[in-house]
Write a protein that binds this ligand. Structure first.
Ligand code: MLT
Length: 394
């Protein structure tokens, strides 16, 4: 969060009912953003970098009223930073009683003079801040990484498809006393676009290169769904880099013929109808009934932001992945925690039960009331399980 900007409500911003009109909020949120730029890097930070931030989507929510003379306090945080886009989240509270009045979530795409999306310039990245940095790998690619805490053996979070590292937001905010490393896989978030012919091994090799770049010899690897496929590939080919393994809502088996056909259909959908269509189709099956609406909406927004190239590359990688079942009995010396949402409809709990039964000594935790995404749907339970596991293996 930035330091608050205070703005006074003027009578001409209010409507016939006497209160700040809903349409005026957008203008006030914008004025607060300009104030921030004016006090920080300068209002010309975008034009100097040769880009313009075009608003792609703006969502305002209203919670209470404001009247002429009310002072509103505006705070801003970076909710996401992608390669060519970023999302700002703003809150307005009434100064006199600290009442939250409205929030705005605004997705910006950086465009050039011909209105083509271009990477968010470094000067702008520095200006909008955020805890994410791009790490250069020996391969020449860059991965965006959010890091927290300190420690010799970090917990390396590997997100699923089609998400980014912010799927681990609750855990990043809550686990202290350990070093946490949460990258965006190539093709997602603020990492480089995918390479041609991406495979699950490509993602795994990127992560080994990331550990090298961060000077980390061993990590506890925690993979969610597709991230679990990557984690199993790391366990197969880079066992010496793993201190422990956490597999969440994932499976060892390869896709069936029907599953592979489904991947091809999804690739066609992504190419013709974009990330929105993928988010809509997958969103319908992701969550347990009764999921918190804000958590659900955050994940859907994350999926809609996913670059089509990243979606297509990941679908191809998952379609062509090898069966890892034969690896499992060989992992007896690797402390392993398997977790599953009891209401996961995408990777049903039986897959996790099979994983845990096949890995000697593996612990299984079934998270009641969670669907495919326990870290988001049951954040406290997931965080607690990870804390215990880390205490045991690090
Ligand atoms: C994921 O969440 O990563 C995907 O659901 C995995 C898959 O489709 O196999």
């Amino acid at each position: 969060m930035t330091a608050p900007i205070e703005l006074t409500v003027y009578p001409d911003e209010c409507d016939a009912f006497g209160h700040l009109n809903q349409a005026s909020y957008l203008a006030l949120f914008e004025r607060a953003r300009w104030e921030l730029l004016a006090r920080g890097p300068g209002m010309d930070v975008f034009t100097k970098a040769g880009v313009w931030p075009a608003v792609r989507r703006a969502t305002v929510e209203y919670f209470a009223g404001a009247w002429p003379g009310d002072v509103l306090r505006f705070e801003l945080e970076v909710a996401h930073r992608g390669r060519t886009s970023f999302t700002l989240r703003q809150r307005a509270t009434r100064a006199r009683d600290d009442q939250l009045v409205a929030t705005l979530e605004c997705l910006f795409v950086c465009i050039d003079a011909s209105e083509r999306p271009v990477p968010v310039p470094d000067a702008v990245v520095a200006a909008i801040g955020g805890p994410v940095r791009r790490v250069a790998l020996a391969t020449g690619a860059h991965l965006a990484v959010e890091e927290r805490g300190r420690g010799e053996v970090p917990l390396l979070f590997v997100h699923g498809y089609p998400f980014d590292h912010t799927i681990w937001r609750a855990q990043l905010d809550a686990i202290d006393g350990h070093r946490l490393v949460a990258p965006d896989l190539r093709g997602f978030g603020a990492s480089d676009p995918p390479s041609d012919g991406t495979t699950i091994a490509t993602y795994a090799d990127d992560l080994v290169a990331l550990l090298d770049a961060l000077d980390v010899r061993e990590a506890v690897v925690c993979g969610l769904s597709m991230g679990g496929y990557v984690a199993l590939d790391l366990a197969r080919r880079h066992r010496e880099r793993l201190r422990g393994l956490v597999l969440i809502d994932t499976r060892a088996e390869a896709d069936s013929a029907e599953g592979r056909a489904g991947r091809d259909a999804a690739i066609a959908t992504a190419r013709t109808a974009g990330a929105d269509a993928i988010a809509e189709a997958m969103g319908a099956k992701l969550f347990a009934d009764g999921v918190d609406a804000a958590a659900r909406d955050g994940v859907l927004a994350m999926m809609r932001r996913a670059p089509v190239a990243g979606i297509v590359a990941a679908l191809g990688a998952m379609r062509d992945r090898a069966d890892a079942s034969a690896l499992l009995p060989t992992l007896g010396d690797l402390p392993t925690l398997v977790m599953t949402g009891t209401e996961d409809r995408l990777v049903p709990p039986d897959a996790a039960r099979r994983l845990a039964a096949a890995i000697p000594g593996a612990e299984l935790i079934e998270v009641e009331g969670a669907g495919h995404l326990p870290p988001v749907e049951r954040p406290a339970t997931t965080t607690e399980a990870l804390r215990h596991f880390l205490a045991r293996v690090v």
